[in-house]
Design a protein. Structure first.
Ligand code: ZN
Length: 194
């Protein structure tokens, strides 16, 4: 795909970087207000294996899909909405949104690359993170149907970012000491003021 690099430029980790019209921007702000923000303690916690595929799980998945869309993200993990269960939603391509429950990354390519990532829970900063270029992801969908997906490029990066969220690991834990320091320099004053 010749325009692949251009597509990747607009997507940072789990965040789509683009200008929105005022109505979409208002929706984005409302959605972000419902997503836990750094340094919320839920973001540091490890999520639990999902055992019940009930109505409650379906509603959670629906809510997360809507929040991800409104927040202009391409991925959202349950810990980011304060639910300590192993599931995330993500957008592997323009017109596809998937929920992955009990995700496992079973294969990582040896080849890695470094790109700037953003996070719906850490607004206003991006940090460089080294990730595998390709992954194989297994899990189940929200109805319990088995999934095995091979991903490359931004989608591979996104599911590594989401899986980290379920283990309480943030992009700030994966970046260089210098970039972490710089990001915290932006985030800390904001935390003290709020
Ligand atoms: Zn994130």
């Amino acid at each position: 795909m010749s325009d692949h690099d251009e597509d990747d430029d607009a997507i940072e980790g789990q965040v789509r970087d683009e200008e929105l019209d005022p109505e979409r921007e208002a929706r984005r702000r409302i959605a972000l207000a419902q997503i836990r923000q750094y340094p919320d303690s839920a973001l540091k916690m490890k999520a639990h294996h999902v055992v019940a595929f009930d109505d409650e799980l379906q509603s959670l998945v629906e809510r997360m899909k809507l929040l991800m869309r409104d927040a202009n993200g391409i991925g959202l993990a349950a810990t980011q909405v304060g639910v300590l269960r192993r599931l995330f939603v993500f957008q592997p391509s323009e017109d596809e949104v998937l929920a992955v429950v009990n995700p496992e990354i079973v294969e990582l390519s040896e080849e890695t690359d470094v790109a700037d990532e953003g996070c719906l829970s850490i607004q206003g900063v991006t940090v460089p993170v080294e990730r595998a270029v390709g992954v194989t992801l297994t899990g189940v969908d929200e109805h319990g149907g088995e999934l095995r997906i091979e991903l490359e490029g931004y989608a591979a990066r996104c599911v590594q970012h989401e899986t980290d969220h379920l283990d309480g690991i943030l992009m700030l834990d994966r970046t260089t000491p210098e970039a972490r320091k710089e990001a915290l320099g932006v985030l800390r004053p904001r935390i003290l003021l709020s």
